[in-house]
Design a protein. Structure first.
Ligand code: FMN
Length: 403
């Protein structure tokens, strides 16, 4: 289960749009992820990306109408593929496949496909908005083909609008979402808190912790792969948020407010943020100056910051949540891990807690790996230990916490 992303076979069709220049970068990412790719180029795509570049990066010969012969590559490539991706997909190819036309190797491969098909249209805004294109997209969606709408932005034709193909790393994420072996969170709403909070002393200084938000982001990505709609309420950290709605907050109080506002939307709430337990009581609206005495010597007087306790967001959610909402908490501990985690599970009315020894090497804050113990409130369910890359264990955790 951990390695479901590697070794996947991606049949990649490239058509004659300007966004084809991004595809060599996608091919590199596919290889880096441990997947294989076979590439079909339309004749007009050859004007936009060099076959030799793609051959070198994929390590395989390119397929095109030149070798569309008695070897029936459109059938053989389909027997090999786990997914057929067309990126970029021109208005022309989109129209052909919507109407079952099979006049070249790529469109013949599409009509022979028995794996999922994923399409990334990219074109000038007017071409995209044209009712013929929109109707063709509807036809394909109704047929179960996944069409990822282009984004807004600067287009190669010199105007700005909707028609831009997704970036290569986003295309790869969509490929993995399509290939995910589990789709059990489809139509589920997942609310995740992630990252640290900043508790300000004055406008330029704050108290925080080293949380990177990686575990929360990994839980979010794994839920998204499984088909969920994901909202992240995040402290001040950066992560790849493609596909998520992100609500940025700074302090624990802001995070609590955002959680309350979005609580009724959620089927699952994952509290992966490292929320500051205390905030500054005597916040200074002006920057606190380094004090100097009258003789110009440095004043050695200490400066005292008084702290007051922040609300416990998980416990607040535990009080407010509906019967059928699942609340999953994390417990960052440095000692008596299980005992402390169990106490929190009961006190905060959590359904599951993931206990984390943040003092252990390769576990906890700001690293890519983690070791977690899952403790369910329902004693008929087993405890479980996960160890490995955060993104891999997050996918496994959803096997055990989703109903
Ligand atoms: C410079 C240039 C850029 C083009 N860019 C696009 C594009 O981004 N999207 C699109 O749908 N068509 C674009 N076209 C038109 C297609 O290349 C044309 O429809 C072609 O027949 C597509 O063939 P194919 O779908 O077999 O690859 C462009 C044409 C030219 C000359």
């Amino acid at each position: 289960m951990n390695n479901w992303k590697s070794g996947r076979k991606i049949l990649l069709g490239i058509t004659g749009g300007i966004a084809a220049y991004k595809i060599p970068a996608l091919v590199r990412l596919i290889k880096k992820a441990g997947c294989e790719t076979e590439i079909i180029l339309t004749e007009s795509a050859k004007n936009f990306v060099a076959p030799m570049t793609l051959e070198t990066l994929s390590g395989r010969e390119i397929h095109s109408d030149e070798n569309f012969d008695f070897h029936i590559p459109h059938i053989k490539l389909n027997d090999w593929a786990d997914v057929l991706v067309i990126a970029p997909c021109t208005a022309n190819t989109l129209a052909k496949i919507a109407h079952g036309i099979a006049d070249n190797l790529l469109t013949s491969a599409v009509i022979a496909a028995h794996c999922p098909i994923l399409i990334f249209p990219a074109m000038n805004e007017k071409m995209f908005e044209n009712s013929a294109t929109q109707e063709n997209i509807k036809i394909l969606l109704n047929r179960g083909v996944k069409v990822i709408a282009p984004s807004e932005g600067d287009l190669a034709c010199g105007v700005s609008g909707k028609g831009r193909m997704n970036e290569p790393n986003e295309i790869l994420l969509e490929i993995f979402r399509t290939l995910s072996p589990e789709k059990n969170l489809k139509n589920k709403n997942i609310l995740i808190t992630a990252g640290p909070t900043h508790e300000y002393i004055d406008p330029v200084r704050f108290i925080s912790n080293p949380s990177s938000g990686k575990m929360g982001a990994a839980m979010a990505r794994a839920a998204w792969y499984r088909g969920a709609d994901v909202k992240i309420i995040s402290g001040p950290v950066e992560f790849n948020s493609y596909g998520f709605e992100v609500i940025k907050v700074k302090s624990a109080l802001e995070m609590l407010e955002a959680v309350k506002k979005n609580l009724s939307w959620a089927d699952y709430i994952v509290k992966a943020a490292a929320v500051g337990d205390y905030r500054v009581k005597n916040f200074s609206a002006q920057k606190i100056k380094r004090a100097a005495s009258a003789d110009g010597q440095e004043n050695k007087n200490n400066f005292t910051v008084e702290l007051e306790q922040n609300p416990d967001i998980a416990a607040e959610v535990g009080k407010l949540k509906r019967e059928n909402q699942i609340l999953i908490g994390f417990a960052a501990e440095t000692q008596n891990i299980s005992e402390n985690a169990r106490e929190k599970l009961a006190r905060k009315n959590l359904d599951f807690i993931l206990a984390n020894d943040v003092a252990a090497e390769g576990s906890g804050f700001a690293v890519d790996t983690n070791t977690l113990r899952l403790i369910p409130r329902d004693e008929s369910k087993n405890e479980k230990i996960y160890s490995g890359l955060k993104e891999d264990i997050a996918f496994e955790i959803w096997n055990d916490v989703s109903l």
